[in-house]
Ligand binder design. Structure first.
Ligand code: FAD
Length: 396
């Protein structure tokens, strides 16, 4: 047919927002839209630190895609993308092939290990429902193991690599969970160690220093030990090696120290930096007028020429902009430039505690925690309206 085919890869923040906007803005029979995702659910990545630590159920961090999109307007295909072939305008799935006129790539990130030996093999990552289920069970299992081998206190040492957003939010939850686990397994809390190791000279680089100080105090009070300015040199089955060769024994290393773009992007032949495509002002891959790259797969520069850290906030805005440009392309109208507009950032530090900057002001403690909740509820509202807020919102 002559109807343009739009294929969206990944139902993360970028892919879902693009889909939702397209189904609203496109007229009947104006385009064929297909959304491809590995799972039949969308996961709320910004909430994954909770089920990872076990302070919430993984169920509350996911939504069925059928509840989000209108399947009369968008075809949903549950499959894994194995190859993108821009030269043939095709996408190879594990179980078939799709051809497209317009392609939107929102496949999300992958852990960046910076070549640190052993991290890929021995550390766990907070990235999907499946990975956080594993972390949660693994942590509980260490308590059970310790009860059988009480001399192995290394079972009770939990190492988090990276003090960025994800690392800090996870530590906040883990520190809340430990007393519960100690009670459940009859373990003395003083035996448990949570160690956060960060190579940069500060935790939460880029965040307001006064708020970072506050965050560290809150977490230290909950029992967290910080090793800031300390690089992980190696990860082994027995723990990590840091600094000048000091070994910290542990059976649990959670790596949150870096994110890169999905490897499929490099493999497709796009020019990348850390697996990400430096997109043009309309969010297209350079040299490909029909390919849009979103979220953790894209690289957007600020006016000073430095890349913005990829966030859910940015992926959502990009999704809206991308849908607008797709509709404009189909209708032969001018495209809209994408500019990142920061609505503020809030990092949670566990129950009732957070830090954040929003509306040009700093927030900490309960008020910041409340703001975090408001942001999460707003997201549920944007993607699923009032019904989703009522179904999932009460758990946040
Ligand atoms: P994602 O949301 O990662 O989605 C990618 C989708 O693609 C997934 O559904 C995945 O299953 C699918 N997929 C991947 N590979 C394939 C394949 N081969 N075939 C088919 N489907 C595939 N950002 C904020 O702005 N605020 C926060 O508070 C915040 N907190 C965070 C807390 C944690 C614990 C983490 C891990 C991240 C946080 N972030 C936050 C960052 C944010 O989650 C990411 O920037 C955002 O998810 C990127 O969105 P995306 O659309 O690019 O990809």
């Amino acid at each position: 047919s002559s109807i343009p085919k739009i294929v969206i890869l990944g139902a993360g923040y970028g892919g879902v927002l693009t889909s939702l906007r397209l189904q609203k803005e496109l007229n009947y029979n104006e385009a064929d839209v297909t959304l491809v995702n590995k799972h039949d659910y969308h996961y709320i990545t910004t909430h994954l630190h909770m089920p990872a630590a076990g302070t919430d159920n993984p169920e509350n961090a996911r939504v069925n895609i059928s509840k989000l999109i209108d399947e009369f307007k968008i075809d949903f295909v549950k499959s894994t993308v194995v190859q993108i072939r821009p030269q043939d305008r095709k996408v190879i799935l594990e179980d078939g092939t799709l051809s497209y006129d317009y392609l939107i790539v929102g496949l999300g990130g992958e852990p960046e290990t910076f070549g640190i030996p052993g991290l890929g093999e021995h550390a766990m990552n907070i990235r999907s429902i499946n990975s956080v289920r594993l972390i949660r069970e693994h942590i509980e299992y260490q308590f059970a193991r310790f009860k059988r081998e009480p001399h192995r206190t290394d079972f009770l040492t939990f190492i988090v690599g990276g003090a960025g957003f994800t690392g800090i939010e996870f530590i906040g939850e883990l520190a809340d969970r430990i007393p519960e686990l100690c009670k459940q397994f009859d373990v003395d809390t003083s035996l448990v160690k949570i160690i956060n190791i960060e190579a940069a000279p500060t935790a939460l680089p880029g965040f307001d220093p006064e708020l970072v100080e506050y965050a560290m105090q809150v977490l230290q009070k909950k029992g967290v030990t910080f090793r800031i300015g300390t690089a992980i040199k190696e990860c082994t089955p027995d723990g990590v090696v840091v600094g000048e060769g000091e070994e910290i024994k542990s059976q649990t290393v959670i790596w949150t120290g870096g994110v890169r773009g999905n490897r499929l992007i490099e493999e497709a032949g796009f020019e990348t930096m850390r697996g990400r495509v430096k997109v043009d002002e309309f969010l297209r891959a350079p040299g490909h007028e029909n390919i849009y790259i979103l979220g953790d797969n894209s690289l957007v520069f600020n006016p000073e020429g430095r890349p913005y850290p990829p966030t859910a906030q940015m992926a959502m805005q990009q999704g809206v902009n991308c849908a607008h440009n797709l509709v404009a392309s189909i209708r032969n109208q001018p495209l809209k430039t994408y500019t990142y507009v920061s609505k503020g950032t809030v990092a949670s530090l566990g129950k009732g505690e957070a830090i954040g900057v929003a509306f040009g002001k700093k927030y900490k403690g309960r008020l910041a925690a409340w703001l975090k909740k408001a942001i999460d509820l707003r997201y549920l509202f944007i993607i699923g309206g009032i019904p989703l807020v009522l179904r999932k919102g009460k758990f946040l």
